[in-house]
Design a protein around this ligand. Structure first.
Ligand SMILES: [Zn+2]
Length: 285
């Protein structure tokens, strides 16, 4: 597959696994040797029309058998199993669910038993956490010491509610993780140049972020709108949670700048598929 991506900078933050079913991954996380993970693209699937081709949503009107085939394909590529997947049910909350052995297959081999779950954490080897995207920000967490992982969906509402911090809090509270050990990544999503927001949205950020940081998060334009940097905001949330700078990777790939190969809500509207993020602890660890 020829995956043509434009990058915001030249750093080696994300790598492309360029097989028949391409996906993106972070060397920061792979290098731990304890996880399998990936972020899908639009390529390598069987869906048609506005869903073409790797749509990973059962709820956007695509044919169920096509979506199932897509999940099989991406699972094979990343090295996880469909029956081990556990899905979020994203509604822009900051709710983080602790996933146990009993949840295996939730969302794919059986109907989801929960709603309003935007973050997932687990310490169960083999279980593959799955969250969904089309411009919103995926947050990956790996604690290589306690062998605990987390995956959270952080759109602007989730970012204002600091779901990243909530995920770290859950990892500390439930599994005794030390934030100083946690590796964290901000995944492919909309960049500041592409993300115009209203003053109403900015007011929410002003309420939840300290004034000294505003200038690095957003700027006002002549039309009265703002350009907002969700990547930087989530990086700040990581730091605020006690994660070390050297343990953080921030994407340099924007979904909107790359809407030919990544689904982007701002670029495509509602007629589109979903991307997905995958994260699983290796079974042999
Ligand atoms: Zn962009």
């Amino acid at each position: 597959m020829d995956l043509k991506l434009s990058y915001k900078n030249a750093e080696r933050i994300l790598e492309v696994e360029d097989g028949e079913v391409p996906y993106l991954r972070y060397p920061l996380l792979s290098d731990t040797g304890i996880v399998k993970h990936g972020f899908s693209t639009r390529l390598g699937g069987v869906s048609e029309g506005c869903y073409a081709s790797m749509n990973l949503s059962f709820t956007r009107g695509d044919r169920e058998e096509d979506v199932r085939e897509n999940f099989c394909r991406i699972a094979d590529a990343i090295g996880v199993r469909c029956e081990d997947m556990v899905f979020s049910q994203q509604t822009h909350t900051s709710n983080v669910r602790v996933v146990t052995e009993a949840d295996r297959g939730m969302g794919i081999t059986r109907p989801l038993a929960w709603q309003d779950v935007d973050g997932l954490v687990t310490d169960v080897p083999g279980i593959c956490l799955v969250t969904f995207y089309a411009d919103c920000v995926p947050l990956f967490f790996v604690d290589p010491v306690k062998k605990v992982i987390g995956l959270s969906h952080s759109g602007w509402r989730g970012t204002v509610a600091k779901i990243g911090k909530e995920t770290v809090r859950k990892m500390r509270e439930v599994y005794g993780c030390d934030p100083g050990d946690i590796l964290a990544a901000v995944g492919p999503s909309i960049c500041q140049d592409c993300y115009e927001v209203s003053e109403e949205v900015i007011r929410q950020f002003q309420e939840h972020f300290s004034e000294k940081d505003w200038a690095s998060l957003f700027y006002k334009k002549e039309n009265g709108k703002y350009q907002m940097d969700l990547w930087r905001a989530n990086e700040m949330i990581f730091l605020e949670s006690g994660i070390k700078t050297e343990h953080i990777a921030v994407t340099n790939i924007c979904t909107h700048c790359n809407s030919e190969v990544l689904y982007s809500h701002r670029a495509m509207g509602d007629q589109r598929g979903n991307l997905a993020a995958f994260l699983a602890l290796n079974e042999e660890t």
